[in-house]
Ligand binder design. Structure first.
Ligand SMILES: [Zn+2]
Length: 319
């Protein structure tokens, strides 16, 4: 198996071990953080990230795939600090996390120029470091696949073809965005086994997810704890059914946890928790509640666990 770039350098894919394929060690608006740094406490953020990652490590997690891209405050030096101090590997990405907005810089440059930025992150290094991105991130949400979103998808696809790096596409099943996202990747010639469609676990429509699987992509059930999109029992039912129908080789499970996130003022975040929109959201929920429930349902034995949490992330990352 090939090697995978982490924030501490390349490792053999066979050594990745138990992997959480979608977690954020920090999520914040990079423009606000750059302009008003005093509003953020870097030490507090680092402490929160270390606490979350160490808790995951206590459940055997050896690697965290962190899809924080542009507009999520991607900071590979911060990620490297977390990896160094926790002993857990972190795999970083390149790409743009936007539901539509593009800065003038990219709006007035073509798809191939955008792709060249991503390729540079993968082949040369990110943010002036020698830390290389290992995969590509793009997103489509409530607004659907807008013109700008399509441009980002095509740039990501072209960077994938140039470098071999896989793609993680944030999707919104309620719209649904994934069929069009997949269509764009196919138009660009991306092999479907290089594509992971994120947030499929927000849907309780197993047939919809199976239609995506029929294209050959990976589907990620990765928002455990975010009850507002779908409660855990329904998420587990979907996971169990996909495993029962023989899709273990294409399913990944994670939490999309953000050790810190600046989207809400503290009082609003607390209100969301109190309202039950978010419950036990962490980097350990899948080990505490999901894997036991799936074992109970008879759909996850040791071999399936190994497939979902070890083999699939490694295969997706390396092709
Ligand atoms: Zn995410």
């Amino acid at each position: 198996m090939a090697s995978v770039e982490t924030v501490q350098g390349a490792v053999d894919a066979r050594d990745l071990g138990v992997t959480l394929v979608h977690e954020h060690v920090r999520f914040r608006d990079e423009a606000v953080a750059e302009q008003w740094p005093a509003r953020y406490d870097e030490q507090e953020e680092l402490d929160a990230a270390l606490e979350a990652v160490r808790a995951a490590a206590a459940h055997g997690v050896r690697t965290i795939v962190d899809p924080t891209a542009m507009f999520g405050g991607r900071d590979v030096r911060f990620m490297r600090s977390v990896a160094e101090q926790s002993g857990v590997r972190i795999v970083a990405c390149t790409g743009i996390y936007s539901y539509d907005y593009l800065p003038h810089y990219f709006a007035n440059r073509d798809v191939d120029v955008m792709a060249a930025h991503f390729v540079s992150d993968i082949e040369v290094g990110v943010q002036g470091t020698d830390i290389k991105a290992a995969f590509l991130k793009c997103a489509a949400d409530a607004a659907g696949v807008t013109e700008n979103v399509e441009k980002i998808h095509r740039a990501v696809a072209r960077a994938c073809l140039q470098t071999g790096a896989p793609i993680m596409a944030h999707s919104m099943p309620a719209v649904p965005t994934a069929p069009r996202q997949i269509e764009i990747f196919k138009e660009e010639g991306v092999p479907m086994e290089r594509v992971q469609i994120a947030h499929c676990g927000d849907s309780d429509d197993v047939e919809y997810i199976e239609r995506l699987l029929a294209e050959g992509v990976y589907v990620s059930l990765d928002r455990y704890g975010l009850e507002l999109y779908q409660p855990i029992d329904k998420r587990n039912d979907v996971a169990a059914e996909l495993l029962r129908r023989g899709h273990a080789q294409r399913v990944m499970i994670s939490q999309d946890f953000c050790a810190t996130i600046d989207w809400f003022p503290p009082a609003a975040a607390e209100a969301l928790m109190a309202a039950g929109a978010v419950r036990n959201w962490s980097m350990t929920l899948v080990f505490e509640e999901v894997v036991p429930a799936l074992r109970e349902s008879g759909t996850m034995d040791d071999a399936t666990f190994e497939t979902v949490f070890v083999a699939n992330p490694a295969r997706w990352l390396t092709a």
